[in-house]
Structure formats: structure tokens, C-alpha cells
Design a protein around this ligand. Structure first.
Ligand SMILES: [Cu+2]
Length: 72
């Protein structure tokens, strides 16, 4: 199990955090998703078959690209 925190600059309201939590939460292997509006950060806990590549690709696909990896 891995936990990553990404900064997602495109987060600007509660709708954004909701969308991210719904979409990323649907990825197979993702255990939990917490998106925070104030800090524009998304914390994701996942297991295989999910991977950082897949999570970042999905976030880019739904127009919330990741800015940088904060912590592993
Ligand atoms: Cu929004």
C-alpha cells in the first residue's frame, strides 16, 4: 500500500475536490482519496493495480494535472 500527496493547482472549489475524489476513487486499487480545496492537495492511498502513472494520467485526463510529488 502506498500513499502519495499531489498538488493540483486547478482545484478551485468544492466541485473540483468532489470530482477528483469520485474519479480517482473509481480507479481499481485506489483505497482512499482526500482532496483539499484550501491547500490544493490530493492525498491518495492505493495498491496494485493502481499506480502513480495511472493516477497522474487520470488526473491529467479529467483536467486536474498534478503539479509535483510532495511525499511518498
Ligand atoms: Cu471547482
Amino acid at each position: 500500500m502506498s500513499t502519495v500527496t499531489y498538488t493540483v493547482p486547478a482545484i478551485h472549489c468544492g466541485h473540483c475536490t468532489h470530482t477528483i475524489e469520485m474519479e480517482v476513487g473509481e480507479l481499481q486499487g485506489v483505497q482512499s482519496v482526500k482532496a483539499d480545496q484550501a491547500s490544493k492537495k490530493v492525498e491518495i492511498t492505493f495498491d496494485a493495480p493502481a499506480s502513480e502513472e495511472k493516477i497522474k494520467a487520470l488526473l491529467a485526463e479529467i483536467d486536474y494535472p498534478v503539479d509535483g510529488l510532495i511525499a511518498l
